[in-house]
Design a protein around this ligand. Structure first.
Ligand code: HEM
Length: 476
C-alpha cells in the first residue's frame, strides 16, 4: 500500500521534472541496450570520481592555507609546542582535528584521488583490450592520454600541499626529474620553482592543483565527451573489420534514451562509489605525518604516492657501480606516454577483438604487469639499489626479475591466440559449411542493421556478414 503510494508519487515527480526540463530532447545520444553493463561506462565512473574531488576539494579550500610560514593559522592554540609548524601543515592538522567531519572530508579527498587514478587505469586498459582506439575514435584516445597526464599532475601537485616531510622530499625528487628533462627541463624550471624559495614552490604547486590543471582537465574532458557524443559508444570488440563503425541514425532510434535511463544507471554507480569511499575514509582515516622542517623528528624515507612508486623504483637501478641517470627513468616514462598517445597509429589492423591483436595484447599486458610489479617492489623496498644486469650480494638483477614477465606472456598469448583463432574459425565453418577455411575476410561488407540479413550467397558478402549478431558485433 505504502509502496504503491510511494511509486505513484515518485512517478508523478519524475514526469514533472521530465516535462519541465524537456530532458528527453537533450542532445545526448541514445545508447544501445547492451551498454547497461559497468564495463561500458568506466569513463563515466572516472567523471564521478573527478566530480567528487572537485566538490571535496572546494570544501577543503575553506580551511587550507598555502603558506610555509607559521603565522597564518590558529592551530598554534591546538598544538602548543608545535605551533612553529608551517601554516600549510597546521591548517591540514586543523581540518583533521577541529573541523566538523574534517577528517572524513580530507581522507575521502585523498582516497578519492587514488580511486580516480585506479579507475582511470581501468578505463584505459578496458579501451586498450577492446580496441576502442581504432577508427573513428583515434582522437578520443589521444585526448584521453592527455587526461591521464593531467590527472597524474593533479596527484603530484596535491601531494606537496599538506607540507609533510614525506611529501616535501618526494616532490623534490619529482621536480629534480622534471627540471633535468633534456631540452624542456630548462624551460619548465622557472615555471615550477618560481623564485626558488620554499614558498615560491608551494604557491606554484597550489595554483597548479586548484586552478591550472583542473581548468586544463575540464577543457580536455569537454573535448573528450564531445567526441564521445559525436561517435557514439564503441560497439563490442569484434573480428569483423566492418563493425568498428558508428551506429546509424536508424539504429539510434531504437536505442535507449540517455535521459533519464543511462543517466540514472550511471548515478546509481556514482552513489555507490561515494558510499564506499566515505565508508573507507571513516573506517581508516588518514593520519598526517610530521611537517617539513621538524628538526625534532627522525628523518624518514622519501617515498611518493603509490602511482609514482614504479618511477622511483627505476631510480634505484644500478649499472656497474653507478646508479642510472634520472633522465633514464624519465625517458622510460616518456616512451610509455608516447606509446599510448600514438597507439591508434601503431596498431593499424582493422579488427578490434583481442584474439586478433596478439602483439599489442602481449605488450599491453606485459607493461601492466611490469607497472604493478615495480609499484609493489617500490613500496616494499624503497631506495634499495639493485643491479640491472649482474648478480650482487646474491640479489637477482633487474633483467632476470622483469624479463620473465615478457617471455611468459608471449608464450601464454601465443597459445591463446592459436586456440581462439582455431575455435572461432571452426564456429564460422559450422555456421557456413560452404566457406571452409575462410577466416573473416577483410573485405566483408556487413549489411545495414535492422534489415533482414541477406544470405552470403544472395548478397555476395563473406561469412561474417551472415555470422555478425544484430547487437553490434561478434562477442564470441
Ligand atoms: C580524467 C580522465 C578521463 C575521463 C573523465 C574520461 C571519461 C570518459 C567518458 C565519460 C567516456 C564515455 C564512455 C565511458 O563512460 O566509458 C569516455 C570514453 C572514451 N575514453 Fe575516456 N576518460 C578519461 C581518460 C581516458 C584515457 C586515459 C583514455 C585512453 C588513453 C580514454 C579513452 C577513451 C575512449 C577511446 C573513449 C570512447 C570509448 C567508447 O566509445 O566506448 N579516456 N571517456
Amino acid at each position: 500500500m505504502l509502496g504503491r503510494w510511494y511509486n505513484r508519487n515518485l512517478n508523478r515527480l519524475w514526469t514533472f521534472i521530465e516535462d519541465r526540463t524537456s530532458m528527453r530532447k537533450w542532445p545526448l545520444r541514445p545508447q544501445p541496450q547492451f551498454t547497461f553493463k559497468p564495463s561500458y561506462w568506466t569513463g563515466a565512473f572516472v567523471v564521478n570520481a573527478f566530480l567528487y574531488q572537485v566538490v571535496s576539494g572546494m570544501l577543503l579550500l575553506l580551511y587550507y592555507q598555502p603558506s610555509v610560514f607559521p603565522t597564518l593559522t590558529n592551530c598554534g592554540q591546538t598544538l602548543g609546542t608545535l605551533s612553529q609548524a608551517p601554516a600549510a601543515w597546521c591548517s591540514t592538522y586543523y581540518i583533521i582535528h577541529s573541523v566538523p567531519l574534517g577528517s572524513l572530508l580530507l581522507s575521502s579527498h585523498l582516497y578519492g584521488a587514488y580511486a580516480m587514478i585506479f579507475l582511470l587505469f581501468v578505463h584505459l586498459y578496458r579501451g586498450y583490450y577492446m580496441g576502442v582506439y581504432k577508427k573513428p575514435r583515434e582522437f578520443s584516445w589521444m585526448v584521453g592520454t592527455l587526461l591521464l597526464l593531467a590527472t597524474l599532475g593533479m596527484g603530484f601537485t596535491g601531494y606537496l600541499l599538506p607540507y609533510t616531510a614525506l611529501s616535501y622530499g618526494a616532490t623534490n625528487v619529482g621536480i629534480v626529474l622534471a627540471v633535468r628533462t633534456p631540452y624542456i627541463g630548462t624551460i619548465l624550471a622557472p615555471f615550477i620553482l618560481g623564485d626558488g624559495t620554499p614558498q615560491g614552490l608551494l604557491s606554484r604547486m597550489f595554483a597548479a592543483h586548484v586552478v591550472l590543471i583542473p581548468l586544463a582537465l575540464g577543457a580536455l574532458l569537454a573535448v573528450h565527451l564531445l567526441l564521445f557524443e559525436a561517435h557514439g559508444i564503441a560497439p563490442p570488440a569484434t573480428s569483423d573489420p566492418t563493425q568498428r563503425r558508428r551506429f546509424t541514425a536508424r539504429e539510434d532510434e531504437r536505442h535507449v534514451p540517455f535521459m533519464p535511463h543511462i543517466f540514472l544507471y550511471i548515478t546509481k554507480w556514482a552513489l555507490l562509489y561515494i558510499g564506499v569511499l566515505l565508508g573507507i575514509a571513516a573506517l581508516w582515516p588518514w593520519s598526517l605525518p610530521t611537517y617539513y622542517g621538524n628538526t625534532a623528528a627522525a628523518q624518514g624515507l622519501i617515498i611518493p604516492d603509490w602511482y609514482f612508486l614504479w618511477l622511483f623504483k627505476i631510480l634505484d637501478f644500478v649499472y656497474n657501480t653507478t646508479p642510472i641517470p634520472a633522465t633514464f627513468a624519465l625517458g622510460i616514462g616518456t616512451v610509455l606516454l608516447l606509446y599510448f598517445l600514438f597507439l591508434p597509429w601503431l596498431d593499424r589492423s582493422k579488427r578490434t577483438h583481442p584474439r586478433d591483436r596478439p602483439f599489442f595484447i602481449w605488450l599491453g599486458t606485459s607493461l601492466l604487469e611490469m607497472f604493478a610489479l615495480l609499484t609493489v617492489w617500490g613500496g616494499f623496498e624503497p631506495s634499495i639499489q639493485i643491479q640491472l644486469f649482474t648478480y650482487t650480494n646474491g640479489l637477482t638483477p633487474v633483467v632476470l626479475r622483469l624479463g620473465p614477465l615478457f617471455a611468459v606472456n608471449a608464450v601464454a598469448i601465443a597459445i591463446f591466440h592459436y586456440r581462439y583463432t582455431a575455435s572461432y574459425r571452426r564456429r564460422l565453418e559450422e555456421r557456413l559449411p560452404r566457406f571452409p577455411g575462410i577466416y573473416a575476410p577483410i573485405d566483408v561488407v556487413a549489411p545495414p542493421r535492422g534489415r533482414p540479413t541477406p544470405t552470403a550467397s544472395s548478397s555476395g558478402a563473406g561469412p561474417l556478414a551472415r555470422a555478425a549478431p544484430s547487437s553490434g558485433g561478434d562477442r564470441a
